[in-house]
Design a protein around this ligand. Structure first.
Ligand code: SAH
Length: 347
């Protein structure tokens, strides 16, 4: 049997050429493209300005792969977690986070994750595959609809803080973001998009060279090499000195301030040595720090530090003029908070 191609893997030019080579006018390509991207249409039969005959031609060669929301869970704080089924029945999760007058979509970039951050539930799932650009786009467009439905407003921000390491799915990530920001897609400003990475230096440099317009967040969690290697073992291959240089390079090229994500744990990084190392690290290029509340996973080794030491972190950062914010967890009661995405719904 002929394997049908996913029509959404074609760009506009390729789609128009398909029609031309089948002796149809090229503008049909524009119409179909519009259905696929502007209208998020998932069925050829809904493309009402395309003739029946032409729809059959399309069905013969193509399928429209798209995500399906399998199950929705709503938190008491308004956060909504979606279990997203992909065309091959694999599952990822994406989250809608409403705060005052903003709504953020937190989306996944991979099925599972190849990294081994000991404190993150997703890292316990093997990385199975990268998400395609349209699967990245679909999560954003689906959450956008959900936001309009539940909160009467479109999403205002997107963070790549769901499952997976976005930079290890680089090409699809960039293509997905291009779709989200383009007129054909959601027309969203890249300034409202943040890609969070565990710190793959080479790819931070690549993004800087490509002069991307979205924001960068780096999951630092410790500026002491030995500690970082222990809690994120893969970082043995990605030394902090390289990361520091890559971030400097990023800032020089893009003039964008990096955000460091940082969790403080009891007995791990709750001392002055770690505070000083963080302050030093932050001074190497303009940056701000987001202290993230730790969300419990099955690893009992990690326990949130006392407030007194978190306050000490804040005090030291502020006295060195490094902006710092504390990010409260959202959606904890439904395991939708950072680091808790682990497809529990299917288990
Ligand atoms: N792989 C990317 C993006 C996914 S994780 C990255 O590492 O940045 C998104 C954020 O959640 C990261 O800052 C990550 O370190 C953090 N995180 C992971 N587990 C967590 C947990 N249990 N509690 C709070 N934050 C967690």
């Amino acid at each position: 049997m002929k394997v049908k191609k996913d029509i959404r893997s074609l760009n506009l030019k390729e789609l128009c050429s398909f029609f031309e080579s089948n002796n149809y006018p090229a503008f049909r390509g524009n119409q179909v493209y519009n259905w696929l991207w502007n209208k998020s249409c998932f069925s050829f039969d809904e493309m009402t300005n395309i003739s029946l005959e032409l729809r059959e031609v399309l069905k013969k060669d193509f399928v429209i792969n798209h995500i399906k929301i399998d199950k929705i869970q709503k938190s008491i704080d308004g956060t909504i977690k979606n279990a997203v089924t992909l065309f091959d029945n694999l599952l990822v999760e994406s989250v809608l986070i409403p705060v005052k007058n903003r709504t953020t979509a937190c989306i996944s970039s991979q099925v599972g994750c190849s990294l081994d951050c000991e404190f993150c539930a997703t890292s316990k799932l093997k990385r199975i595959r990268n998400l395609n650009p349209d699967e990245i786009f679909d999560q954003a467009s689906t959450i956008n609809l959900q936001s309009k439905f539940y909160y009467n407003r479109p999403i205002s921000n997107i963070v790549f803080m769901g499952m997976g390491e976005p930079l290890l799915n680089y090409i699809n990530l960039i293509e997905g973001i291009n779709k989200i920001t383009s007129k054909d897609g959601l027309g969203m400003s890249p300034k409202r998009i943040t890609v969070s990475t565990s710190g793959i230096s080479k790819l931070i440099i690549k993004m800087a060279d490509e002069n991307v317009k979205f924001n960068l967040a780096v999951s630092l969690h410790s500026a002491v090499e030995k500690t970082r290697n222990k809690i994120m073992p893969f970082t043995i291959k990605f030394p902090l000195t390289d990361l520091k240089e890559a971030i400097k390079y990023w800032y020089n090229k893009t003039q964008k301030i990096v955000t460091y994500e940082y969790i403080v744990w009891k007995g791990i990084n709750d001392d002055m040595n770690h505070i000083n190392a963080l302050v030093d690290f932050c001074k190497s290029s303009p940056s701000k720090v987001n202290i993230i509340e730790y969300n419990k996973t099955s690893n009992d080794f990690f326990i949130s530090a006392d407030d007194s030491i978190i306050n000490k972190y804040i005090e030291e950062l502020e006295s060195n003029r490094i902006p710092v914010t504390i990010r409260k967890s959202r959606g904890k009661d439904i395991d939708a908070a950072c680091g808790q995405l682990a497809n529990k719904l299917k288990q």
